[in-house]
Design a binder for this molecule. Sequence first.
Ligand code: ADP
Ligand code: X2W
Length: 253
Amino acid sequence: MKYAVIKIGGSILSNMSQSVIDDILLMKQKNYMPIVVHGGGPFINKQLSRMGVESHFIDGLRVTDDETLHQTTQALIGDVNPTIVSKLNKSGPNAIGLNGMDLNLFDVEPLDPKFGHVATCSNVNKKSLTSICLNAIPVIAPISIDRMSNQKYNINADSLAYKISSEMNADLFIISDIPGVMIKEKIQSELNIKEINKHINTSEIYGGMIPKVTGAIVAIKQGCKSVKIIPGNVENALMKSIESTMIGTTITT
Ligand SMILES: Nc1ncnc2c1ncn2[C@@H]1O[C@H](COP(=O)(O)OP(=O)(O)O)[C@@H](O)[C@H]1O
Ligand SMILES: CC(=O)N[C@@H](CCC(=O)OP(=O)(O)O)C(=O)O
């Protein structure tokens, strides 16, 4: 058995094919233990605007003051997480919803204070995660706590997925709202570090895609087995990707 981290981006959640859920449930038959990490950017934006709070980003990260953290936690742990868990559990008791505070699943390292309450994942509790995986599919929201200060933190979901994949030596599947990494309107079936840097310099890779591809390189260097960026609105994209059908973009070093 090997681990597969499936990162479901907020951009695709409302439009995601049911087959993503079916494929995750089928992964055990392909010798994989699935671990789901989810984002929820658009849901957080909606929740914040409902409450009259403006969204600010620096380098793709949400600047998170006390109120933003409260609303982000509500959106991710109160709404997005149970929605994904309930989809996985429709056919039986398959999945469990978690965040970094459950079983001290992961620790955080706060970023520069200019981001507010934003952190990266510094350490994964592999013992807890391994034992959960024996019994259920963990569905992990990117919120955790600094146990020393008792302060909660908001974590970018891609960066959390990368850290968990590195620590678990997992294959990582990033499910997003695009067919793959596009250059001049063409899907790139493979991209290496040199090509990635070139496309970032020419702005053909921009915005939310920059942390995805640069994070992928670091993750592979630190133990993640492979990174594939695949579309969440294509039937059985996950299974096709596992079975090596040409779909999405594979990141190589
Ligand atoms: N070269 C590229 N190919 C595909 N998408 C790109 C590219 N450069 C930038 N993007 C943008 O990256 C977005 C995906 O990142 P993001 O919005 O953070 O997704 P998610 O919510 O799934 O994490 C795409 O919707 C697209 O607007
Ligand atoms: C610090 C930070 O930016 N956290 C993200 C967490 C959710 C996320 O990453 O969602 P996507 O995967 O949909 O982008 C945020 O608040 O939007």
